[in-house]
Design a protein. Structure first.
Length: 203
């Protein structure tokens, strides 16, 4: 929504790690083998195609993986893949290349600290664990997956802990990021809050 308002390209970095995870599982590449995952990443082409008024499409080696990379199996395994420094280095290279070519909204847990440390504006979105679990639970239900709410909440908490404590690009806000608590905000209100922050930075 923010990218559409600004006329920028939206880059969902998490979707890129999900695409690699999905491809690895499809090809039988061991998720414990960093070198094999790096080789897979080097041979993978990921494209993000904007759709006016619709969800952005994610293509991996020509295959539309927009929906399938949000499956519970990917949710369960993506943090392991994203923890590998060599895999992250290659995907960060791709992400920076996209940002060099055009204005972007870069969405990711290390967007402001590692990928674009000199970004014009950095926003660190937070929400309570209970609220985030509810959002993920409803998202999964809309996609046709029946998940126990407590399990969804536990999975989110485990991923937060894993990402915050990994050696490669741990989850943390940039020193110059503005924190926005979205617990009690709807998407439209979040976008308006960010637009106001951007406007104030440009004044």
């Amino acid at each position: 929504m923010l990218a559409n308002k600004l006329g920028y390209l939206y880059i969902d970095t998490g979707a890129m790690y999900r695409a690699i995870t999905y491809t690895a599982l499809q090809k039988g590449v061991p998720l414990a083998d960093e070198e094999a995952l790096l080789a897979l990443t080097l041979g993978t082409i990921i494209k993000m195609i904007p759709k006016d008024g619709e969800q952005q499409k994610i293509f991996c080696n020509g295959l539309d993986v927009t929906e399938i990379i949000r499956e519970p199996l990917i949710n369960k395994n993506v943090s392991q893949v994203a923890a590998y420094g060599k895999v992250r280095q290659e995907l960060v290279r791709m992400q920076r290349e996209l940002a060099r070519e055009q204005n972007v909204v870069m969405d990711g847990r290390d967007a402001g600290t590692v990928i674009l440390p000199r970004a014009e504006c950095k926003i660190f979105l937070i929400a309570s664990l209970a609220e985030r679990a509810k959002r993920r639970y409803l998202e999964l239900r809309e996609r046709g997956y029946q998940q126990d709410f407590s399990l969804v909440k536990t999975d989110l908490a485990n991923r937060d802990h894993y990402d915050a404590n990994r050696k490669a690009s741990p989850l943390m806000p940039a020193e110059d990021a503005v924190t926005v608590d979205t617990t009690h905000l709807n998407p439209t209100e979040v976008v308006q809050e960010i637009l106001t922050i951007i406007k104030n930075k440009r004044i």
